[in-house]
Unconditional design. Structure first.
Length: 220
């Protein structure tokens, strides 16, 4: 390995160390409470070293956020080989939950922690996470067009399905299912996804409510 290659490898290692350390601190102490100096102290380097790789704490956050969604989307794309859109939808649910359980730190940062979410909103740019959501919507719409799901408001249907898998993932990674064994969890996850979809198919639940029919927060 030449000098140039060795230096590039060292840069990649340092970048990964910074990101890994920052994520750990964000989750343990809260995004708002962490500074570049705090990250530098943890890896035992000067703040100036970190600034060689990231301009500020927000850039570190966006990098972690994007890495997580890139991996989630990559996994979603693996379901495209499934021709039956309804079976593909079931598989997407399992892929989503598998991603969360295998990458709990990323999932926490992407979907649960408040601080990072506020920063993403403040940036006022199209969230990379919408790409994954649009992927889900397209699959739901395809199921409806094929007569495999009841005709409904696509946004409502997609949001309902996403909320379902998010709830499952959040309960498990936040250790709210410790009374179940690992084997039981696997059975419950798959069974819950089937129960949700089969319930819609068998009863034709009405998902056509408009967005203005439910007020979130405040008096209803």
């Amino acid at each position: 390995m030449g000098i140039t290659e060795r230096k590039e490898l060292e840069k990649q290692k340092m970048r990964k160390l910074i990101l890994k350390t920052a994520m750990k601190l964000f989750l343990e102490e809260g995004f708002e409470n962490i500074t570049i100096r705090r990250i530098a102290e943890k890896i035992e380097y000067s703040p100036a070293t970190i600034y060689l790789y990231f301009k500020d704490k927000d850039e570190i956050l966006y990098t972690l956020h994007n890495e997580g969604f890139e991996e989630l989307y990559r996994r979603q794309l693996s379901t495209l080989s499934i021709k039956d859109p309804l079976q593909r939808l079931r598989e997407q649910g399992e892929v989503y939950i598998s991603f969360a359980l295998e990458n709990p730190e990323y999932y926490d940062l992407m979907f649960i922690m408040r601080g990072p979410a506020k920063k993403i909103i403040e940036k006022k740019e199209r969230d990379i996470g919408m790409r994954s959501y649009e992927f889900l919507k397209e699959n739901v719409e395809e199921c409806m067009e094929a007569g495999l799901l009841p005709e409904a408001n696509v946004d409502v249907a997609a949001f309902s399905l996403w909320s379902h898998v998010h709830g499952i993932a959040s309960l498990i990674i936040r250790d709210r299912c410790t009374t179940f064994s690992g084997e039981q969890i696997g059975y419950l996850v798959k069974g819950s996804l089937n129960f949700m979809l089969d319930g819609i198919l068998n009863k034709g639940h009405n998902l056509n409510c408009g967005p203005k029919e439910l007020k979130v927060g405040g008096n209803q």
